[in-house]
Write a protein that binds this ligand. Structure first.
Ligand code: GTP
Length: 594
């Protein structure tokens, strides 16, 4: 295709403002999906995406329109997946900034707009859901125009649901988004913006060609790893993969398959070039996403450890942001310390492991990454509370902090400030977006955000507040490790790093919970919470004498034997902490957040 006829654009928006629905209408209106095969959220291909109604992976699709080729990339809206958005942006020249006409600008509207501006994209402001009775297009067109510096009349109005305005929007994309520019005769350079593992086809690599041409049956070179492969298939997505005999030229977006089975050989952000006529320089890649939140993942059935490893390996083929390494816990056995982008990412990975790979898992409480400086000047990075040094030799502890932006109706300012203050937030500034909506900026420790912050924010503002945050370095904090001891023995899975002011509450809470969850033993079991050697809370589980055989009066031997066997089976699902038997369920229950 002549690059002059190509338009590459993405849709960016706050979560639920209707990107996927608008994408559906575009698929339909351009005839790529006929009315009969249409289903909601057509491009959200994962079950979990469809059930939750959210987009996790970006999707690229080619749409014919008015003699042109439009490549549309649908992007996820949740803050955890911002890195997916930035990847997609680099494959585009334009972005539709979509805003719900009944909600107005929200936290991720701003965050995504800034990403798009940084990527130098042409921005098309659009109000969506104008069919809603509660829509206030005049008001929000003004808000949006004020934000990007255009005239309110330049803000387009559409309904992804009814299709109103969508044709005009497509025409506008053709007219206003710049065509891609590249050197057709130069050595091929294509940017990998996604890489997906498919059980049947191996790794499917999504690329945007910048210069030159990629063909079928060509030896290609991955510039960062120097690995070479042969392209077995190359094509475009419209809306299913369509092999193309012509290959991909300048400005085109499509996929290639080389038969490799490992996504790490086809890394997102890497440059693909020809192995026989390689380009001299790589394209600017992406920053590799950095895990922000860590948690231990253990199979409930210890025998499933190899399956868990295999499942993580497979999932990583699809999820460049997922990192993990083996760890052992005295309480939980063999498992992995896994790094995630955020809580939603964590939830999704866990759910996919359980659902797609049939595993039952326990996960330990999430924590952020700490930097501990010792008095002798040495330093360590702590991603697991059990690595936190004990004893008096710690000089300083640093925790990651965020620049957080909260958007909400002005009536909730008081409530929001109260929550943020209670979580060691520092107010950085406040602006009115319109007379009744404010943007409040805080510096907040990430460790406080990952602990039900968003739920609280939502409930205290009746769902009206939205939150976005980005990493903003680290800050020193008064943090301690609280250990939970059973009969004097620390249970590593329950240790947590918390702020000094919250240590007592955590200790009491955990000790109480465990007293209820752990059955009585033949002897008394003290449960203690301690900071180092100092005990801050204590509970007791009283002793019982558990004589199961006493129940079988009479001499029915086979019944006795059965009972003993049953007890043995039960024991297998017990973990020993010192002399204390802790049922697996107690770990699961104590570690689940309520
Ligand atoms: P994420 O992919 O999770 O970021 O969400 P999204 O922005 O793709 O939103 P989605 O398209 O899933 O729409 C969110 C909700 O808004 C759904 O319940 C849609 O049915 C509804 N919706 C989307 N567009 C319109 C519209 O134009 N009018 C009305 N009335 N509802 C809409």
């Amino acid at each position: 295709t002549d690059p002059a006829l190509i338009r590459n654009f993405c849709i960016i928006a706050h979560i639920d403002h209707g990107k996927s629905t608008l994408a559906d209408r575009m698929l339909q209106i351009t005839g790529v999906v006929d009315d009969r095969s249409m289903r909601a959220q057509y491009l959200d291909r994962m079950d979990i995406e469809r059930e939750r109604g959210i987009t996790i992976k970006s999707q690229a699709v080619r749409l014919p329109w008015d003699g042109h080729v439009l490549n549309m990339i649908d992007t996820p809206g949740h803050v955890d997946f911002t890195y997916e958005v930035s990847r997609s942006l680099q494959a585009c020249e334009g972005a539709i900034l979509l805003v719900d006409a009944a909600q107005g600008i929200e936290a991720q509207t701003l965050a995504n707009l800034y990403l798009a501006m940084n990527a130098d994209l042409h921005i098309i402001p659009v109000l969506n859901k104008i069919d809603l009775p509660a829509a206030q297009p005049e008001k929000f067109a003004e808000e949006l125009a004020g934000l990007i510096g255009c005239d309110p009349s330049d803000v387009l109005r559409v309904s992804g649901k009814t299709g109103v305005g969508v044709r005009e929007l497509l025409d506008h994309v053709v007219a206003s988004v710049p065509a891609p520019v590249g050197k057709a005769d130069a050595a091929a350079r294509a940017l990998i913006f996604d890489s997906v593992y498919d059980t049947y086809r191996g790794v499917v690599t999504y690329v945007r060609v910048i210069d030159g041409h990629l063909s079928k049956r060509e030896r290609i070179l991955m510039m960062s790893t120097s690995a070479t492969h042969e392209t077995l298939e190359i094509g475009v997505i419209s809306p299913e993969p369509k092999p193309s005999e012509l290959g991909l030229g300048v400005g085109e977006v499509g996929y290639l398959i080389t038969g490799v089975k490992d996504v790490r050989q086809s890394r997102v952000g890497d440059t693909v070039t020809s192995a026989t006529k390689p380009a001299a320089e790589m394209l600017a890649g992406y920053e590799h996403p950095k895990p922000m939140v860590f948690s231990g993942l253990y199979p409930i059935d210890g025998d499933e450890y190899p399956e868990l490893r295999e499942a993580l390996d497979k999932l990583q083929l699809n999820d460049a942001a997922l990192v993990y390494e083996p760890e052992t816990s005295a309480a939980l056995g063999f498992g992995f310390r896994v790094g995630f982008l955020g809580l939603l990412h964590m939830e999704i990975v866990r759910e996919r492991l359980e659902r797609e790979f049939g595993l039952s898992l326990i996960s330990t409480a999430p924590n952020v990454v700490y930097r501990v400086v010792m008095e002798d000047g040495s330093e360590l990075t702590v991603t697991n509370p059990s690595e936190f040094p004990t004893g008096g030799k710690i000089a300083q502890v640093f925790e990651p902090v965020t620049k957080s932006t909260i958007l909400a109706p002005a009536e909730f300012i008081g409530a929001i400030m109260e929550i943020c203050q209670g979580r060691r937030g520092q107010l950085q500034g406040m602006d009115y977006l319109s007379e009744d909506r404010v943007e409040i900026r805080y510096t907040l420790p990430l460790g406080e955000i990952i602990f039900d912050f968003f739920d609280q924010l939502k409930s205290r503002t009746r769902g009206y507040a939205s939150l976005d945050y980005e990493p903003a370095g680290e800050a020193e904090a008064d943090l301690v490790k609280v250990d939970i001891l059973l009969q004097g023995e620390a249970v590593d899975a329950f240790s947590a790093i918390v702020h000094k002011d919250k240590a007592y509450a955590y200790g009491v809470d955990m000790a109480k919970k465990l007293r209820e969850l752990i059955p009585r033993q033949q002897f008394e079991v003290p449960i203690q919470a301690a900071i180092g050697a100092r005990v801050i809370a204590r509970e007791n589980i009283r002793a019982i004498r558990k004589d199961v055989l006493a129940k079988c009066y009479g001499g029915d031997i086979s019944r006795k034997r059965k009972l003993l066997e049953k007890q043995k089976e039960g024991k297998k699902r017990m973990k020993m902490v010192g002399r204390v038997e802790v049922p697996q369920e107690a770990f699961v229950a104590a570690l689940s957040t309520d």
